[in-house]
Design a protein around this ligand. Structure first.
Ligand code: GDP
Ligand code: MG
Length: 725
């Protein structure tokens, strides 16, 4: 017999420990995705316990159920429409007052709810005692203490949840969230009216519906219109009459009155159930914050952390990077000996391994970067960073929160764009998404290293640093511009949350890091693989080329000349002849390869688009390289390698070839800025589409950034020439 299913939703404030408890219940059996229609993370897991199939859903973290942000709408709609058998509200016991706002709102919905007083350890350490029995009585809700990260109380919680789900008797709802007498009268009045007019057509609890309509809840108004049809205008009109009654009586908007009264109710509960021994209340977090968010020290410390993060990423990352490089080249060497010569071998070695290998080598850097970011997040420092950056971000009309995704953009735009989910306002999100790609991602670094190393050997470091800065400046300029045109609006009002500092758990750090890295690998892996194969194909076909010279014959001729020369040469000049001969052969073969690429499909494409890039001082080879960079920025360097050095991508050979190609320091600088600004890579564009739900924004992002890149490179190259550089 199939076990019965019980659906349990976990609600709670951000940082209350929902995900921790979710993970501890579901272990590894979980599915991560998005809520249908919006990009808010959806975690779902199944577990078999107490003879039931328990389906657990981790709702987005919110402070209320007033449908203001996407998270709040998602959480509320889920409870209303999916009707979970039980809602567990995870309450941060060390922050009872703040947590209870959401708790009372869930309680008002009249679903089966159970409170988990999580962070019980923190509360205890701060000398906070909570009378759970009393709380349970006052709100008519079962209450369980838990310590999520130590797995304490989680089993009891689950057991209680199942018990609650099974009890099909309607709970005695004698106790409820109470408002003052006049408001209660108004609610009762309107509730009776609704019940009398549309009674059985009502989708939700009538008291709750009455309260929400009195609070002018737009989403609920739409639902009522859908469900009650012709009666709807009358109901909404009555709501307006009651609202103006409240307004006249209190001289204040009804929504505000309701919120105030809820806080009053909560303050009352807190007084009843919570006692604090002030003696033990040493607030460590506050002391740390005195230093870390200090007006003078805060910023330098923050810059130091960021600097340290990049140092760590690049210096420590360099070692495993080398190992992986060695590993790949020996693997490729091994394949070269075992796979028979032919098209398949070329595809495997020059296409797939060369292309995918170029990305895999960045894995250590990315892991380190993501580890650092997870460390900032889990300790609670990230919110302090956002707090510090708030002023700077206001210059773009964004607030500090937008800074977190931008910071992650230095690693990779894909997870960075996903991180914009934490922003409440849709416009803020789109704006942040559009400027995040200007944060120079790690994939672009190799291009700068090659170009700056070749054309600015003495000051490469400074040049690269100024390109990074250039990206930030451009983000600020474009941010301002977009804010005052397409995405006009105010930044949504919000309170910067400063969660208490916590000692991070290694396991949670590793999971966070791996979650992101996995996403990166999966996305990049797929696209890189396909991209590499396409580029390999375009550069190695067509095969039957009309060469301008008969290379085979010339090589043959050279060989014969050599034979003849050595047969008559002096003993001591033999070595010199041999070297000269080898160089001559090498030169012919290289010429042949260059001509082959020039006449390959990719060469033809390059010649076709050359006029577009000519005003920037970039020749057809550079043009093709930039074109391939759309697939992934890493590929630019390999394409340059293929096209210029025509063969092994030894960096010295590439530098040499670049210098002889007619490129100047000025055009190289222009090209670097072009790389910084132009179209985000395929994976990023795909992510933009997914996160904005619109091809429009994705295409807009491609076009505006490419135009910007072209104009910037044009100004640098032509302007520089005019100034006589
Ligand atoms: P969410 O935002 O509600 O999903 O919160 P998380 O589950 O991500 O938890 C936030 C942080 O609190 C993590 O670093 C957890 O390890 C930590 N945490 C969770 N539960 C407890 C608890 O009961 N006690 C303590 N001290 N830390 C906890
Ligand atoms: Mg979470």
């Amino acid at each position: 017999m199939a076990a019965k299913q019980i659906k349990i939703a976990l609600a709670g404030n951000p940082n209350s420990g929902k995900t921790t408890i979710f993970n501890s219940i579901t272990g590894t059996r979980q599915k991560v995705g998005n809520w249908p229609g919006v990009t808010v993370e959806k975690k779902e897991g199944q577990v078999h316990k107490f003879g039931y199939n328990l389906k657990i859903i981790d709702l987005p973290g919110t402070y209320s159920l007033t449908p203001y942000s996407i998270e709040e709408i998602v959480a509320r709609d889920f409870i209303l429409d999916e009707q979970p058998d039980v809602v567990i509200d995870i309450i941060d016991a060390s922050n009872l007052e703040r947590s209870l706002y959401l708790a009372t709102q869930i309680r008002e919905l009249d679903c089966k709810v159970l409170f988990a007083l999580n962070m019980h350890d923190v509360a205890r350490a701060r000398g906070i005692t909570i009378d759970a029995d009393k709380m349970s009585q006052l709100l008519d809700v079962p209450v369980v203490f838990t310590v999520g990260n130590k797995n304490e109380g989680v089993d009891v919680l689950l057991e209680k949840a199942v018990e609650l789900a099974r009890s099909d008797v309607q709970l005695p709802r004698t106790r409820r969230v109470k408002y003052s007498k006049d408001i209660e009268k108004c609610i009762e009045n309107y509730k009776d009216y609704i019940e009398n007019t549309v009674g059985d057509q009502l989708p939700y609890n009538s008291r709750w519906t009455a309260i929400k309509l009195l609070e002018d809840d737009k989403i609920l108004q739409d639902r009522i219109k859908e469900k009650t049809g012709l009666k709807a205008p009358e109901i909404l009109e009555q709501a307006e009459i009651h609202r103006s009654h409240i307004r006249n009586f209190f001289d204040e908007e009804p929504e505000i009155i309701f919120t105030d009264e809820r806080y009053g109710f909560i303050a009352g509960i807190v007084k009843e159930v919570m006692t604090t021994s002030t003696l033990q209340r040493v607030d460590i977090s506050r002391n740390i914050d005195l230093v870390l968010t200090n007006r003078f020290l805060g910023f330098p410390i923050f810059i130091f952390f960021i600097w340290a993060m990049f140092q760590l990423t690049f210096t420590i990352g360099a070692y495993p990077m080398e190992w992986i490089e060695d590993g790949i080249s020996s693997f490729s060497g091994f394949l070269a000996t075992v796979v028979p010569d032919g098209l398949f071998k070329d595809l495997l070695i020059d296409g797939i391994i060369a292309g995918v290998g170029a990305v895999i080598v960045f894995l250590p850097n990315i892991l380190i970067l993501f580890f650092c970011i997870a460390l900032f997040e889990d300790t609670g420092y990230m919110s302090r960073a956002a707090f510090l950056m708030d002023k700077v971000m206001h210059m773009i009309g964004l607030h500090g929160k937008s800074f977190i995704p931008m910071l992650m953009g230095f690693g990779c735009s894909v997870p960075a764009i996903m991180a914009t989910r934490t922003l409440e306002s849709e416009k803020d999100r789109i704006l942040t998404i559009l400027i995040t790609p200007f944060m120079s991602c790690s994939a672009r670094l190799p291009i700068y290293i090659v170009l700056a190393g070749t054309f600015f050997p003495k000051s490469a470091g400074t040049v690269i640093f100024s390109i990074y800065i250039g990206g930030i400046v451009m983000a600020i300029i474009m941010g301002r511009l977009l804010r005052s045109t397409l995405l006009r609006g105010m930044d949504a009002p919000f309170v910067m949350e400063l969660p208490p500092y916590r000692v991070p758990m290694l396991k949670s750090l590793v999971i966070h890091m791996w979650d992101r890295a996995k996403m990166f690998l999966k996305k990049m892996g797929g696209i890189i693989l396909i991209g590499s194969v396409i580029i390999w194909f375009l550069s190695s076909f067509p095969k039957n080329i009309d060469y301008s010279k008969d290379y085979i014959k010339q090589i043959e001729a050279e060989k014969q000349t050599y034979e003849k020369t050595i047969s008559m040469a002096d003993e001591d000049r033999l070595l010199q002849h041999k070297n000269e001969h080898e160089r001559a052969i090498e030169k012919l073969q290289q010429e042949k390869r260059i001509e082959a690429t020039e006449k390959s499909y990719i060469g033809q494409i390059g010649k076709a688009i050359e006029p577009v890039f000519a005003p920037l001082g970039i020749d057809w080879r550079g043009s093709v390289a930039l074109l391939t960079g759309f697939v992934a920025k890493e590929i630019v360097v390999s394409t340059l390698g293929v096209l210029y050095a025509a063969g092994d991508d030894e960096s010295e050979a590439l530098k040499h070839a670049l210098k002889q190609s007619g490129m100047t320091p000025l055009s190289a600088l222009g090209m670097m800025f072009f790389v910084l600004l132009y179209v985000p890579c395929l994976a990023t564009v795909a992510t933009i589409r997914k996160e904005t739900f619109s091809w429009g924004w994705a295409i807009f992002s491609v076009i505006y950034s490419t135009l910007l890149a072209w104009i910037t490179a044009f100004v640098i190259y032509q302007g520089g020439m005019l100034l006589g550089f």
